[in-house]
Write a protein that binds this ligand. Sequence first.
Ligand SMILES: [Zn+2]
Length: 414
Amino acid sequence: MKSLFLVGLFFALAHHLATAADDDDVTTSQLMRDAARIIEMARQGDNIEAGRQADVVFRSAARLHQEKEDISSLEMYEHALRLSPWSVEHYLGYADVLKSLGRDEKAEHWVRSAFQRAEDLGTREKARKWLGLPSSAVLPAYSREGRLRICLVRIGQPPDWLVHRCGIGLENTMGIPVMLLDEKIALPQSNRSAFRRWASQLRKDIKWNDPGLAQFARQHGLPSGDLSDHQVVELVEALIAEARPPEELANFRRTKLQLKESKYDEQWDVEKLLELVKAHANESDDPDVIWLGISSKDLFTGDSNYCFGAAAGPPMCGVNSCARFMADFNQEPPDAERLCERLLKQMLSSVGTLLRVPRPIDPTCPRSYPQSLAEHDAKTLNLCPDCRTVILSNTGKAVPPLPDKVFEKVSSPK
Ligand SMILES: [Zn+2]
């Protein structure tokens, strides 16, 4: 079989993806050998590659703790943390070992760090319980009573702790009561995906009219027409395996793996999500409410690469996403407070738009338009005097001064 069905296939060069084997499949001695190899790699000076594979060292440390080898576990954790100090998800494991060894004070230091930093609910909650902190304040449920109010609506499964905390922040910064809708809007299918775009490119490159193709597809257990994206990728993979050099196949497989495993591969059209929020708003027929949808999915609009959110009315509706504010999206150290601030700035921006407040010129106002995440980060949480003036005249309510503790629950404004 020759590569008759393929013309000018484009292969993106994907960087190496370390695939983590399932923990249970690996024996302790194998794990220890792998960890030792990675530690040695760092000792020889290749800290970058060793850092990339630090997960294996963390897993070895956790395994040693499981097997009650706490002195060795401690040492292994310290190797791992030296390789990858921002792996916040492992801080609690390290603290567990410290506690087993009676080093309570040091253990607490790491738990506190995990609580301050972690952006995932699991780590945050475990750390909070360990520290004996009260559970965080929650938003009241939506009710029809009162004048101008903001109601947050979860689209899919955004992190609950983040939604509540930012909702409280929004109430504190705007002086408008914020509630949470109990029911969630189900997340529809994504509208765009790098994997799908790649598959459609491959689809174009296949010579569908070639008489040998149908037979070749059948031989590989694939239908000869109407192939799904995954089947197209399978077919091209088989063709490359048959007719092209092994390096090409390796490249192809790496690209496939990378695109399939990327957590943020898919994107949603913000206009479509906005329609869903609007449908809910129309149904509930409560003209004093600003409905603000919150999603953890990556959004785009029109031809843009991405967007943080959108807002339009009436009815007053917005959609904001935290996807691009997450540490794992940007491959930066986790920082729970920074995440809250980023989302809150976006919420203030959307709410302002819905209250017909023009974009300000002060770049430090949370409502100014950022060209990048760096510019978004450079904004403050303090609404500028121009925004405050227009909000007062459009709502009849003054924006309160920025509180010291933006995300802490204070007595609700009346
Ligand atoms: Zn402003």
